[in-house]
Ligand binder design. Sequence first.
Ligand code: SF4
Length: 88
Amino acid sequence: MANTRRFVLIHDQPNCIGCGACASINPKHWKMNDETNKSFIIDGEFLPDGGSQRDIDDEQFKLNKEAAEVCPVKVIHIKEKSSNKQII
Ligand code: SF4
């Protein structure tokens, strides 16, 4: 069976301004950290730069595309795993 999680959701957390828009529009995948006042990806893997990432499927792609679009500083990205191409 093919891996259905064919995208990677990535948060460039150092450049997040903590506006809360992602967690507001997509509380299934995004949450605010009360200590840092920045968001993070729920069930994500934390990265050395403080960001996080998580593999996502097509349905999750749609939800997170919306989150990426509302982010005022464009620090939410989605890559296609097979090509490593950044879609957003
Ligand atoms: S919408 Fe963007 S800037 Fe606002 S909390 Fe989410 S990732 Fe950070």
